[in-house]
Write a protein that binds this ligand. Structure first.
Ligand code: ADP
Ligand code: ASP
Ligand code: MG
Length: 463
């Protein structure tokens, strides 16, 4: 295996000139034989600002111009600090000027016609990485390091599912190997963005730069993929909710995948898919504490005397409750329920069925739940009028909480402890599901109880 490493730096790691200097030091301090491949996100807050600017422009609100000026200020401000030398400064400014001209043109077009397609949305939200990448690459190259900035749209190939495009692994792998083949060059690659076979810009979904890094890692058989961020690694819970959350030093691919699917945004949910098969370890590290070990995500992880590994949660979900007589005993109906939801394009996150077979609860994101409920009432109108289905109800403002861990398998008494800690905190549970792998238990509560519930579980199982 080559000793080469992929190093991905998130938005907070490249938030300003000072941080970019730290990133450059970390990259240059790599002692591997081959140069690392660096993946960068947009500067912190820029992707959100681009999306907000698009919304303003689309609704005919001139405020998009103010946001655009702010985005310019962030980038030119960093450039002024990073490149005091006149020549380097004017060179990087000319590349930025061109990008801003293009961005301004697209936003103005949206403002004039008052409409923005999903395709154009992707083009705009990807500007953040196209702006940060040349700045970071130019800074790393200042003391004569050999550096090349790479626009990932030339190497990450996807379909045209705008907003969250699906990757064509085979083509991507071929393009990556062909483009990033020089071992003595530090390639600095834009995260998040990709393109279709026709060259149309797409994105890998919010937070997608982690995924870019793992796609490069798998394509190049890297020794490891490092995700550099603003926390010490994967913690036992979101530190914004649980100040006592502590660092998980080792976590298995499966556990980390469950954590991210259930909302731990420290890694994008798809990140581990490309690297699992090749068993390429992923490290989560803190840019402000480069020498700290971080979290190692690999095939196996050992957690001694720890009932669970972590807690994660998904905000703003809704529950569809379908109630009927002996509805669930009739396989035809269940099939129709699931095809109707699937045809509506909605994605079910969690299913919980009462053993009485009289009702079924489905948990979906808010928009998906309402889309699915509409489709269900239309497609199953015959079953509803003949009372096989008595009601299709949607409850909003809910939260899914999941506890995750390899050690949970076959552990007696864990559920008792979990639910009594919630009972003591006076929290009502609306639905429960256990993953078939016994690697997680997830349950649904009212959104307002989220922090209280996570704090109570953390105290009972992890402190
Ligand atoms: P980046 O900009 O580097 O991509 P993100 O904001 O996407 O960073 O992810 C890091 C953030 O994820 C942390 O600041 C933290 O608030 C949040 N987070 C949520 N759950 C966890 C967890 N279990 N462990 C660590 N961080 C978590
Ligand atoms: N800049 C993109 C986002 O904010 C991708 C990323 O940072 O990973 O979602
Ligand atoms: Mg991220």
């Amino acid at each position: 295996m080559s000793p080469m490493q992929i190093m991905k730096f998130g938005g907070s790691s490249v938030a300003n000139a000072e941080r970019i200097k730290i990133v450059s030091d970390i990259v240059k301090s790599q002692k591997t034989k081959d140069q690392p491949i660096v993946v960068v996100s947009a500067m912190k807050g820029v992707t959100n600002a681009l999306i907000q600017a698009t919304l303003f422009a689309e609704s005919g609100d001139q405020s998009y111009i103010t946001i655009l000026e702010d985005i310019k200020g962030t980038h030119y401000g960093a450039v002024d600090v990073l490149f005091p030398q006149e020549e380097a400064h004017s060179e990087i400014c000319s590349s930025l000027n061109l990008l801003f001209e293009e961005l301004e043109g697209v936003l103005r077009g949206i403002f004039l016609i008052g409409e923005c397609s999903l395709r154009t949305n992707d083009l705009i939200s990807g500007f953040g990485e196209r702006l940060s990448c040349p700045i970071i690459a130019a800074y790393i190259s200042l003391d004569n390091a050999r550096v090349e900035a790479v626009d990932a749209r030339t190497i990450i190939r996807t379909d045209n599912n705008f907003g969250k495009a699906e990757v064509d692994f085979e083509t991507t792998s071929r393009l990556v190997r062909k483009r990033l083949k020089k071992k003595d060059i530090i390639y600095v690659v834009t995260g998040f963005i990709s393109s279709t076979a026709d060259g149309i810009s797409t994105t890998l979904g919010r937070n997608g730069s982690d995924y870019t890094a793992s796609l490069l890692g798998a394509s190049l058989n890297a020794a490891s993929v490092e995700i550099w961020t603003d926390v010490d690694g994967v913690l036992t819970a979101d530190p914004r909710i649980v100040p006592e959350a502590w660092l998980i030093k080792e976590i298995s691919f499966q556990e980390a995948m469950e954590m991210s699917f259930f909302g731990a945004e420290v890694i994008h949910p798809y990140t581990l898919l490309p690297v699992i098969e090749k068993e390429i370890p992923v490290y989560i590290k803190n840019t402000l504490k480069p020498s700290a070990p971080g979290t190692r995500i690999a095939k196996k992880a050992y957690h001694k005397n720890q009932p669970i590994t972590g807690i994660a949660s998904i905000d703003n979900v809704s529950m569809i409750t379908i109630e009927g007589g002996d509805m669930i005993g009739m396989p035809g109906i269940v099939n129709r329920i699931f095809s109707s939801i699937s045809n509506s394009g909605a994605n079910i996150i969690m299913i919980s069925q009462a053993s009485s077979e009289h009702s079924i609860c489905l948990i979906l994101r808010y928009e998906d739940a309402h889309k699915a409920a509409k489709s269900l009432t239309e497609d199953l109108s015959d079953a509803i009028s003949s009372r096989i289905i008595r009601s299709v109800r949607v409850t909003d403002e809910l939260e899914i909480i999941a506890i995750i861990g390899d050690n949970m398998r076959g552990q007696v008494g864990l559920c008792g402890k979990l639910f009594s800690s919630l009972g003591e905190a006076n929290i009502n549970i609306l639905a429960i599901a256990q993953g078939s792998t016994e690697l997680n238990i997830s349950f649904v509560i009212a959104s307002k109880n989220k922090s209280k519930a996570i704090l109570a579980i953390h105290k009972s199982l992890l402190e």
